[in-house]
Design a protein. Structure first.
Length: 207
């Protein structure tokens, strides 16, 4: 029997495969009780600029033990990362076909300060779902389970290290036009905003 729910870790402007996976299920659970793991999509997005892929990393405050639940992890503001991220996004996509149409959906996330990374990510996910017109029910986990039986668990499988190798990317390897595709060819697994700004209303059909 196919499960109707999927369990994912929170992601900062997650990759295309992240939202492709969401589009397959009517019920989505976002894990809030796991410990933060570095070098993952939890605080990292990858976009395509004039010089190639660019990682955008949200700085976080370090806990004393190093093991901080996602729901309690605070965003660090010792540098103006919001301004830097938005300037980088603008530079990369201002010439894309649908940037002007969709940029207002995202700019507020780089103007308003959020205390916790989890809250920031979840609100961004909700905004992306609205842009994509994905009719799913988004829920937050009530406790941590190592091996949940109620959901298909993709918390660790969609990551910068193994998303493509593990085969969890359910998208056909189908290209779409990217701003710098003539220079670099097609780059898969970029942030969902790459798909949105380049494909606009066609992004949902692509998923």
């Amino acid at each position: 029997m196919t499960k109707s729910s999927v369990l994912l870790s929170p992601a900062y402007l997650g990759p295309v495969s992240y939202f492709s996976k969401i589009s397959e299920y009517p019920y989505v659970y976002i894990e809030q009780h796991e410990h933060f793991i570095k070098q993952t999509y939890r605080n990292r997005a990858v976009i395509l600029g004039a010089n190639g892929p660019i990682p955008l990393i949200v700085p976080v405050e370090k806990g004393r033990s190093g093991k901080v639940p996602m729901k309690d992890l605070r965003i660090a503001y010792y540098q103006d990362w919001q301004r830097n991220h938005w300037r980088t996004i603008f530079s990369a996509y201002n010439s894309s076909p649908f940037f002007e149409y969709y940029c207002d959906h995202f700019i507020r996330f780089f103007e308003n300060k959020y205390k916790f990374l989890f809250d920031f990510n979840v609100e961004l996910i909700r905004e992306v779902l609205d842009v994509l017109n994905l009719d799913v029910e988004l829920n937050l986990t009530e406790s941590y389970s190592q091996n949940p039986e109620c959901c298909d668990d993709f918390r660790e499988m969609i990551s910068p290290k193994n998303a493509v190798q593990s085969g969890v990317n359910t998208l056909p390897v189908r290209e779409y036009t990217q701003v710098f595709s003539e220079k670099f060819g097609f780059i898969p697994e970029l942030s969902i905003i790459d798909l949105i700004f380049n494909e606009g209303p066609g992004a949902s059909d692509y998923l």
